[in-house]
Write a protein that binds this ligand. Structure first.
Ligand SMILES: C[S@@+](CC[C@H](N)C(=O)[O-])C[C@H]1O[C@@H](n2cnc3c(N)ncnc32)[C@H](O)[C@@H]1O
Length: 266
């Protein structure tokens, strides 16, 4: 782990600073942890990925979707490409259009709060530092494999978007693409995006619309994804914290996606 990364991490609940520690077991194997002795905190680092959440700590919709994405992870990239084509959308075009709306400069720290398999990594500029958090270890494993072939400086974290393990005012750009429709607590996840963003930075959120949910709710295998919803999907404009500036909410791609952006004031 880069020293710079250690400096921006904190525990997701207490926001306590963390240090990298290691322990050697009787069989000689060494395990790494992110720890804070004062608070009695110890987060394992497994296969290079800091784990800020264990299965039993995930509840509600997050628990349901964690299982779904863990199962779908090996097929996700293919399914998402084919699924988008079903709606007449080219995935490369969608992702490059989306990435173009982000404000990323050379050297920026960029956070994606549900990075998934990192399908948008190849569209990002190479001279920034990219941080990807996701709830599903399966999705992160696929992302990690992809990263071996991509020259994008990226670090991955297992956690919940509602409880980010990063210090206040850390990132130059924070975004989330696909996923927030099914978060356990959308409002908390948005407040966390704002907390970790630096003043003046743009925050971008995008997901599919109700139109897509209605079309997919009868498709075998996927219907369960959408059957939980008790009300139609709407962009969470009302959950944007007070005082945010330049709020923009629009439909995109023929009403198939909603796009929401705003700026954290200086
Ligand atoms: C549709 S995928 C999108 C992945 C990626 N952003 C993309 O554009 O392909 C949704 C992702 O959100 C993740 N996710 C769902 N709920 C989450 C939460 N509460 N916190 C963090 N990630 C979450 C899932 O594990 C999954 O990887």
């Amino acid at each position: 782990m880069r020293t710079e990364t250690l400096a921006i991490l904190c525990s997701p609940l207490e926001h306590a600073p963390l240090e990298l520690t290691s322990e050697t077991s009787a069989d000689g194997a060494t395990a790494q942890f992110l720890s804070n002795r004062e608070y009695g905190l110890k987060f394992p680092v497994r296969d290079g990925i800091p784990v800020f959440i264990e299965r039993h700590e995930v509840t509600g919709l997050n628990s349901r979707f964690r299982k779904i994405y863990d199962g779908w992870a090996p097929f996700y990239d293919l399914l998402s490409r084919v699924g988008l084509l079903f709606f007449g959308i080219s995935e490369p075009k969608l992702r490059s259009d989306f990435v173009e709306t982000l404000e990323i400069k050379a050297g920026d720290r960029v956070l994606a709060t549900s990075v998934g398999t990192g399908a948008d990594l190849q569209y990002l500029r190479r001279d920034c530092h990219y941080y990807g958090l996701d709830l599903s270890a399966g999705m992160l494993r696929v992302c990690q494999k992809k990263l071996r072939k991509l020259a994008v400086s990226t670090e991955l974290f297992l956690g919940q978007a509602e409880y980010l393990p990063f210090k206040d005012r850390t990132f130059d750009m924070v975004y989330q693409m696909g996923g927030i429709n099914f978060f356990s607590d959308q409002g908390r996840a948005i407040r966390e995006m704002v907390r970790v963003a630096k003043e003046g930075s743009k925050i971008v959120i995008m997901d599919e619309t109700e139109k897509v949910a209605r079309a997919l709710e009868y498709v075998p295998g996927i219907s369960a994804w959408f059957s939980h919803r008790r009300r139609p999907i709407v962009p969470p404009v009302s959950l944007i914290p007070e005082g945010m500036e330049q709020i923009e909410s629009r439909e995109w791609y023929n009403g198939l996606a909603w796009y929401l952006s705003f700026r954290k004031p200086h």
